[in-house]
Design a protein around this ligand. Sequence first.
Ligand SMILES: Cc1ncc(C[n+]2csc(CCOP(=O)(O)OP(=O)(O)O)c2C)c(N)n1
Length: 582
Amino acid sequence: MSADQQASTELTGAQAMVASLEKLGVEVAFGIPGGAILPAYDPIYDSKIRHILVRHEQGAGHAAEGYALSTGKIGVCIATSGPGATNLVTSLANAYMDSVPIVAITGQVNSSSIGTDAFQEADIRGITMPITKHNFLVTKAADIPQALKSAFHIASTGRPGPVLVDIAKDALAEVTKFVWPDEVDLPGYKPPRKPNQRQIKSAAKLIAEASRPVLYVGGGVVKAKAYEELARLVEITKIPVVTTLMARGSFPDSHELNLGMPGMHGTVAAVGAIQRSDLLIAIGSRFDDRVTGKLDSFAPHAKVIHADIDPAEIGKNRVADVPIVGDCKLTLRALGNLLNDMELPDISGWHHFVGNIKKQYPPKWEEEDGEILSPQQVIRRIGELSGPDTIFVSGVGQHQMWSSHFLPMEKPDKWLNSGGAGTMGYCVPAAMGAKVANPDTLVWGIDGDGCFQMTSQELVTCALNDIPIKIAIINNNVLGMVRQWQTLFYESRYSNTNLHTDRLPDFVKLAEAMGCVGLRASRSEEVDEVINQAMAINDRPVVVEFLVNKDAMVWPMVQAGTSNDDIQIARDIAPNWEEEVL
Ligand SMILES: Cc1ncc(C[n+]2csc(CCOP(=O)(O)OP(=O)(O)O)c2C)c(N)n1
């Protein structure tokens, strides 16, 4: 239907919803129908949008996130009212914490029944108010196009995030004249873009005076796709870089100035450099407690330049000497332009210091012998055999931290994980979304045996819809990250962390029951073989179970609530800081 035809055509609200999504360029939506949203599923039946019927709405939300993160487009998920909508809550919270642009459409009971405890009624606007960037309740068919256009605009501009559009069933059924709005009507919503040039000048001045500067790069750089601008700034200034969990891959790990990940499980080089730095240049990062440790001892000697598109982030946890509000790409470009023409100090002493710690304390592990694998070795081999063009998605726990350290973090937009919320169950559905968006790219999910059991049913969705992802289950039998804390802080009293996955489920059989190929490795000589076998299969999803040592721990570690200065490289072992910064 042409735009003119649509403008003069009477459509139901449901048809207007689908026509709006098509106009917004939506190609894929993940969801599950039900009573309240049912009118919308009728026009979906013959629309151009590929609708993927998931097995749980949480999966639809994470799949939309995987789709969004791996493309830069907006991910879409659809659910019915009540429990359908509340099942989306975890993924909306996840997208909110990690600033992922998704739009969730939920059916709502008839407008006249709202507030009456009608069948399958939930106040999903109220419930999701604190975990969405914005949400709408639409009760008239004529308002649907404007609400959707606005939702897409809000989700993707400024600091991205999830937006929910709740549509009453009678609005979906009502007939209206379809009018596609020329513009969004959002008075008061004016996300900043251009940084203030005066602030840029002040920042450049601080950079030109610093002798121990560190670029603290966060997920905002990924959202702004500011990779070239970051690389250029590093090229000009030669400032060492740390990339947070959300920013891994935004600057190549192989670059000599990349010190790796900061924070609770960060590298000694990243943590040590921050603690000794005299200037932190925070770009799209938010001084999260997992990065700062005990806040008042974080980077105690550093002045702070804090650049972020969200003014609410600046000064939230750490006072900024120079705040810069704006798009990271424009900020980095403007800084680069200015610094390119300035005289910069010699920081070779600083390079020498950070280079030495980096060399001395690379992330590493103890090899296992015999019938059990070392999880770090498995993850490293998956990375090596798959290469840096692979999209890697992880679950939450020890395997996530090892993935961040040992996978090839060389290219941007190849690393998806749940950072802010730490949502177990993220991996399988997010990998599904990434594969739908990138059918020709190898997509590996690295999951824990605990996480996998939360959302593994989406492998059925993958098998039925020709979405051949590969999932590595790093099976250590236990809720490893929690058990690690019990080992270290609760005298090895392992209360409720043994999953008994050595007994149940049989992951190979479970994989096969879900239409996937199931493989298993328990000896080091089998590792390459099963990885290669998995990579040779492209007509079905593959699940590979790796039996790994449950006692393996994630190091380095800064104990929660303590100072970054107390980082340990193994139990009760601190790095040797004897060398002075020159
Ligand atoms: C939904 C949810 N519930 C609980 C937690 C707390 N938690 C964090 S890591 C973890 C253990 C994860 O176990 P597993 O998937 O086996 O991964 P491992 O740490 O062993 O690699 C738990 C329970 C969480 N992050 N998310």
